[in-house]
Structures are given as structure tokens and as C-alpha cells.
Design a protein. Structure first.
Length: 415
């Protein structure tokens, strides 16, 4: 659907991008709930599908959970490129309808192989949150882009908290299979809202012209832009690596600090506080990025998060750990929206979706490698060392981001 703009920055344009933002935030919340809903009961479902031994249950649960993120990482750049050509709304419709069907089919699975294949299908057909990020980044006014991405990020993180909570309750009330069918129905509502309420200017003709204009840039300009993009992609991957290297260790670390009796309860509180801090801070930090530029905010957030990690490695009580996790969540809340805003500013015209798709893939690399290497480091060097090592990763990301940025600005002034 194409809208008619009354004037650049006019009321109709403002109404359109804000409506798109709220629909995308609600839809991303719903799909984030769906993606994390099965965490509490996935091993139980694997047993229901015929796997009986404990080792097999753990193995197939891990495979089924990771399958979605594997295909999502591989296909994100493709869907981003297609969005550049055929419209970002079409990618949102594809993702919401595809996830609705795939999640419903998971509730009908008869074997663990079918579960894994359908989880792969969810990642292949899904990606609503990443498509929403691309639409909001491309559609928002530049002076409010950081705020808009922060609001969207808060919706995604809120869904990631609510999902496991519902996953612990719904199967007890309506059963596992009906839980998946209900989830599919909720995502279908997100599909209807997207199809009826989201509007955009079709990018195809304008996008092709802008791509040619971008290709006409001089080699020096393209080189500078490429360096900035590379730094931002690596920064996003390092942030997710650092985040995920610590999270799987929280329960064991709480047990080390306070004993094992209530470790799972306190671990849930500690992780929820971190997520709460991120949800609250994301729009605020996004607004700071709008006012002062995303690069300054990125470096500041990285340094603050690194300091919080150092504190977490030194605490001697759960209360101190909870406070440090809350502050770390505040530091990280607007970080990825600021990275996305900076990438949008660096993106060659007509190739926004492709670049942000690569950004999603880079973040998934961090998601996958972080827990593996963090667990290995904890086993060899001890859990406290992981916090220090992760802080070093964030400090390196800050330097990697800041130093080339200063060089690029200096070189740009000379061109």
C-alpha cells in the first residue's frame, strides 16, 4: 500500500511512521513471546515425542532450540535484500504469516525430527523482529530514529521476559500442544494488524535510483563507509557474544554466592532485573543517540557495561549481583538500537535492508559463540574470570568502534 505524503515531515508522514512503530512493536512483542515460550517445557515436549533417556532429551532440546536461530542467521541478509526491492511491509507479512503456520504445526509434531524441522522452518520463514527493525530504521525521521528503535527494542525484550513466564504456566492449564496452537493464533493477529495498518512508500523505483547514486560515490567515500560498517557489524557481534557468555552462568554463580537452596529463584530475579533495566532505558538511550550521535552513545554504553561486568565478578552477595545486573541492563538497553541507527546512517542508499540483515546475522554469531566459549572459560578458569574476560571484550569493542571512527572523521575532513 502506498501513502500520499502531504509534505516532508508533515502530519500524515508523522502519523504513518508512528503507527508503523507501534504495530511493529506489538508484533515483535508477540513473536518474541513465541520464540521464547518453549524454553521451560521444551525438554518435557521432547520426552512426549519419544525420547526417553536423559542425555537424549538434553541433546535434542539443544538442537531444537538452536535450529531456529541457525536458519534465521543464514536467511536474514536475503530477506533484507528482498525488502529493499519489494518493500519491507511484504517481509513483515511473510514473517508473521510464516511463523503463525510454523508455530501451529509444532503443536502437531509427532516425532523429535519433525520438531527440529519445524523449528528450522520457524527461523527460515520468521524474522518479524529483524524485519521490524529494518522498517523502523528506514522509515523513522532521522531526528527520532534512535528513540523509535529503542521503543521497538523494549517491546522485543519485554516479549523475551513474558515468553518463559507464559511457557511455565500455559502448558499446565491447556497442555503443550494447545499452547503452540494458541501462540500461532496470536501471531496470526500480528499478521492481520501488519497487513491492515502498516503502510510504506514502495521502495523499488526510488531504491534502484538511489542505489545507482550510491554506486556513483567516489572510491574514497565508499572505502570510508565500508570501514565504518565493518566496525559496527563487529561491535554488534561482540556485544551479543559478551552478553550471552555470562547469562548461562548466572544460576551457578548465584549458587556459589548464596548456596543452591534458592539458586533458581534468585537467578530468575537477577536476570529479570537486567532485562527490566534494558527495557526502561532503551527509549531514553535512543533519544540520547538522536541528540548527541549514536557513536558517542555506543562507546559510553560499552564502557559502562564493562564496568558493571567487572563489579559482577567481584561481588560477594546476591543483592550486589542483582544491583550490578540492573545497571548493566540500563547500560545495554539502548546499545543495539544505537548500533542499528549508526548502521542506517552508513547504509548505501537502496541497500538498507541487506545491511541490517547482515547485522542480524552478526548478532546471531555472538549469540551462538558466547555461551560455548563462556562455558569453556568458566570450566577452566572459574566463573569470576568470565566476567573479567567479558569486560575486556566490551572494552575492545569500544576501542574498535571509537578509534577507527576518529580516523574516518579526520580522513573525511581531508577528502
Amino acid at each position: 500500500m502506498t501513502t500520499t505524503e502531504t509534505a516532508p515531515g508533515g502530519a500524515e508522514v508523522a502519523d504513518r511512521w508512528l503507527r508503523n512503530l507501534w504495530v511493529c512493536t506489538a508484533g515483535s512483542f508477540t513473536t518474541a513471546v513465541a520464540m521464547t515460550l518453549l524454553i521451560p517445557f521444551l525438554p518435557v515436549y521432547v520426552r512426549q515425542l519419544g525420547v526417553s533417556d536423559d542425555a537424549g532429551v538434553l541433546f535434542w532440546s539443544g538442537v531444537a532450540y538452536a535450529a531456529t536461530f541457525l536458519t534465521a542467521a543464514l536467511t536474514a541478509p536475503l530477506w533484507g535484500s528482498l525488502g529493499d526491492r519489494y518493500g519491507r511491509k511484504s517481509m513483515l507479512i511473510r514473517a508473521s504469516l510464516g511463523m503463525s503456520v510454523a508455530m501451529s504445526l509444532i503443536g502437531l509434531a509427532q516425532s523429535v525430527w519433525q520438531l527440529v524441522v519445524l523449528r528450522l522452518l520457524v527461523g527460515l520463514l520468521g524474522g518479524y523482529s529483524s524485519a521490524s527493525t529494518i522498517l523502523v530504521a528506514a522509515d523513522s525521521p532521522v531526528e527520532r530514529r534512535g528513540w523509535g528503535l529503542g521503543v521497538l527494542s523494549s517491546g522485543i525484550m519485554a516479549g523475551s521476559i513474558v515468553g518463559p513466564l507464559l511457557g511455565g504456566l500455559l502448558p499446565q492449564v491447556i497442555g503443550i500442544r494447545l499452547t503452540f496452537l494458541l501462540t500461532g493464533a496470536l501471531i496470526f493477529l500480528a499478521f492481520l494488524a501488519t497487513a491492515l495498518l502498516v503502510t510504506e512508500d514502495r521502495p523499488r523505483a526510488a531504491g534502484l535510483a538511489l542505489t545507482r547514486a550510491g554506486d556513483a560515490d567516489g572510491p574514497r567515500a565508499r572505502d570510508l563507509r565500508g570501514r565504518g560498517i565493518g566496525v559496527l557489524l563487529l561491535t554488534g557481534s561482540m556485544v551479543m557474544f559478551a552478553t550471552m557468555s555470562v547469562e548461562p552462568l548466572v544460576t551457578e554463580y548465584v549458587a556459589l554466592l548464596d548456596g543452591a537452596a534458592h539458586a533458581t529463584v534468585w537467578a530468575g530475579v537477577v536476570m529479570s532485573l537486567g532485562a527490566l533495566g534494558a527495557i526502561v532505558s532503551a527509549p531514553f538511550v535512543g533519544r540520547l543517540a538522536d541528540r548527541h550521535g549514536p557513536r558517542r552513545v555506543i562507546v559510553g554504553c560499552l564502557l559502562a557495561a564493562a564496568a558493571c561486568l567487572v563489579v559482577q565478578g567481584l561481588v560477594d552477595g546476591v543483592g550486589q549481583l542483582a544491583a550490578a545486573r540492573l545497571l548493566m541492563g540500563v547500560s545495554l538497553g539502548g546499545l543495539m538500537p544505537a548500533v542499528t541507527a549508526a548502521l542506517r546512517a552508513c547504509a548505501p542508499p537502496g541497500r538498507v535492508g541487506r545491511l541490517l540483515g547482515w547485522s542480524v546475522s552478526a548478532q546471531y554469531v555472538g549469540d551462538v559463540t558466547g555461551p560455548v566459549l563462556g562455558g569453556l572459560a568458566a570450566g577452566v578458569l572459574g566463573m569470576r574470570s568470565v566476567f573479567a574476560a567479558t569486560a575486556v571484550v566490551l572494552l575492545a569493542a569500544a576501542l574498535l568502534h571509537a578509534v577507527p571512527a576518529m580516523r574516518v572523521r579526520t580522513a573525511s575532513a581531508r577528502v
